[in-house]
Design a protein around this ligand. Structure first.
Ligand SMILES: [Zn+2]
Length: 291
C-alpha cells in the first residue's frame, strides 16, 4: 500500500487527485529521503514548464511572462493549500497570459511563458532567496514549502526554473547571433488590494539600472485618457526581488521594461484585449523614443 507522502508536500485538507496516478503513487511509496527526491518533479504526462509562442517573430520586442501559469506539479499535490487559493493572485499573475498572448500576436513578437505556479518556484527570483519558494504569500501559509530540503529545492529549480530561463537565454542568444536587436518586455499583473490596502494605479512601469524604456512608456501610458500610471510602485526592480530583467536584460545591456497591470482590469477577455491593443500601440512608439 502506498504510504502517506512526506509532510512537506502533504495536503492536510484533501489528498490531491493526482496521488492516484501511477507516477505519483510510485513516488509516494518511496522512502521520504533518497529515491523520492531523485525522481524528476514532473511526470511524463504533465505539460512542459515553458510555452514559447512566435519564437521567430519579426518584432524587436521579446515578451516574458514569469507568472503566467498556475499549475502545480502533481507530485506536490496542492502544496497543502485550499483549492480556492490556487486561483488567487498569490498563485499567478491573473490575466497576464491572455494579455501576453494577444500582444505577441498583434506585434508578431516572441513570447516565453512559465506555465507553473509561482508558489512552486518564483521564476522572477534568484532561487537562492527565501521568496523563491515562499513559505508565506500575502496572508497565506504554504505548508508544502515549509522546511524544504535542499534536494526538494533542487528538483524545482531543475524542473521549472532552469528550462524557463534557458529558453529566454537561448532565444536572446539566437537573435544576437543573427544580428537582431532585442528589447525585453517583462509582463506582470498585481492584485488591486494587498493586505487590505487598495492600490489606486491602473498600471506601472518598473526598472532599476536602466530607466529609458520605462520612462518613455510611462509617459505614453499616462497620456491615455483616465489612466493612473505609477513608476516603481507597487514594486520596483532589484536583484533580490527580480531575476528576468536583471539577468536577461540589464546584463546584456538590452533596452527593457517591466510592466505591471492591475488584475481587475484584465480579469476577462475584453480587458485582456484592450490592454494588449494599448501595449501593441504604445510599446513600439516607446522603443523609438528610448532607443
Ligand atoms: Zn508577476
Amino acid at each position: 500500500m502506498p504510504t502517506e507522502p512526506p509532510p512537506a508536500v502533504a495536503s492536510p485538507d484533501a489528498p490531491p487527485p493526482a496521488a492516484a496516478s501511477p507516477a505519483a503513487a510510485s513516488r509516494a511509496v518511496a522512502p521520504p529521503d533518497a529515491p523520492l527526491l531523485a525522481a524528476p518533479l514532473l511526470a511524463a504526462h504533465e505539460p512542459p514548464p515553458v510555452e514559447i509562442l512566435r519564437a521567430h517573430g519579426a518584432s524587436d520586442l521579446v515578451l516574458a511572462a514569469d507568472h503566467a501559469g498556475r499549475r502545480i506539479p502533481e507530485a506536490l499535490g496542492r502544496l497543502g493549500i485550499a483549492e480556492h487559493e490556487l486561483t488567487r493572485h498569490i498563485a499567478w499573475d491573473i490575466g497576464i497570459a491572455g494579455v501576453a498572448t494577444r500582444l505577441s500576436a498583434a506585434l508578431d513578437a516572441a513570447l516565453v511563458m512559465q506555465c507553473y505556479s509561482r508558489l512552486v518556484i518564483d521564476c522572477n527570483r534568484d532561487p537562492g532567496v527565501p521568496s523563491s519558494m515562499p513559505e508565506r504569500s500575502e496572508a497565506t501559509t504554504i505548508p508544502g514549502n515549509l522546511d524544504l530540503a535542499p534536494a526538494d529545492r533542487t528538483r524545482r529549480v531543475d524542473a521549472l526554473f532552469t528550462p524557463y530561463h534557458d529558453a529566454i537565454r537561448a532565444l536572446l542568444d539566437r537573435r544576437a547571433a543573427a544580428g537582431r536587436p532585442s528589447v525585453l518586455v517583462a509582463l506582470h499583473s498585481f492584485t488591486p488590494v494587498y493586505l487590505g490596502e487598495r492600490r489606486p494605479m491602473h498600471a506601472a512601469v518598473l526598472y532599476n539600472r536602466d530607466a529609458r524604456l520605462s520612462l518613455a512608456l510611462r509617459d505614453l501610458l499616462a497620456a491615455e485618457a483616465g489612466l493612473v500610471v505609477a513608476e516603481n510602485e507597487p514594486y520596483r526592480v532589484s536583484d533580490l526581488t527580480d531575476y528576468t530583467v536583471p539577468v536577461h536584460a540589464e546584463r546584456r545591456g538590452l533596452l527593457h521594461v517591466e510592466i505591471e497591470i492591475r488584475q481587475d482590469l484584465i480579469a476577462d477577455a475584453a480587458g485582456e484585449a484592450a490592454w494588449a491593443e494599448r501595449l501593441a500601440r504604445l510599446l513600439p512608439a516607446a522603443v523609438r523614443q528610448a532607443a
